[in-house]
Design a protein around this ligand. Sequence first.
Ligand code: ATP
Ligand code: MG
Length: 286
Amino acid sequence: MSSILRIALQKSGRLSEDSYQLFKECGIRFDYGTGKLKSVSSNFPAEFLFLRDDDIPGYVEDGVADLGIVGENVAVESARNIDTVHRLGFSKCRLSLAIPRGNEWNGIQDLSGKNIATSYPLILGNYLREQNISADIHVISGSVEIAPGIGLAEAICDIVSSGSTLLSNGLKEVEVIFRSEAILIARPTLETEKQSLLDKLLFRIKAVQAAKNNKYIVLNAPNAALDQIKSLLPGMKSPTVTPLATEGWSSVHSVINENDFWENIEAIRSAGAQGILVIPIEKMIY
Ligand code: ATP
Ligand code: MG
């Protein structure tokens, strides 16, 4: 029997939509959101399992699933024997220490001998050890932010993205201890056939990510400005330059990194470029 990859995804939560979207953009079709716990892809040798995110690292370690998508926070805290095969760039958040808003903060030493409530005892414990702080860690599985208000702890360590939950519970963020994003995890030793399916999947994921980070740019430029514009738009190999019907002008086509775009666009315009079009790229293969 030819092999198929079993991929564990969060059933419904902050990782789900972007995980489903990623496979869609990789051209891998499967049904989700139907209430079923698994679904076989109609066009790629993969079966998807829909689970609570906390269970995913364990299922991957045990071999129930070959791959999974989880937050790095959950992967690290699980202490399972799993490999991070790729960083996915979504579900970004941070694990932070927070204290009641009215309290003074002079630094991490303020937590010495205090109680800290968290669902991340391992990550927090490691951090405190690195900082040479001894404090009591109280493990609670949810609603950590109410702990100071009910006298359970003097501080908390929890996931923060915008900080609005902290604010509404009268807390302030004082220290970031861990930064997280969604990651693709795998069992450390995959059979040869499964490894080659994973390689195919990674090839597609990288093409999708590269496309997201780059834009196709088309512009018109006077021929005298071409050398300068070409140096600002190196593209994948070099830009395409074709003559316009108007004498002395050319059309330049290239690819530009999203991060460089706003930096370079002024220089490109000052060099004499006109009619600049910036177009999204769907897939990009180097
Ligand atoms: P489940 O029901 O599957 O156990 P959950 O409630 O434990 O879900 P979610 O709140 O859906 O988990 O968060 C899943 C992951 O998304 C977190 O472990 C973290 O990596 C990331 N995350 C959490 N909060 C945010 C946020 N506000 N913005 C972006 N990413 C976040
Ligand atoms: Mg969970």
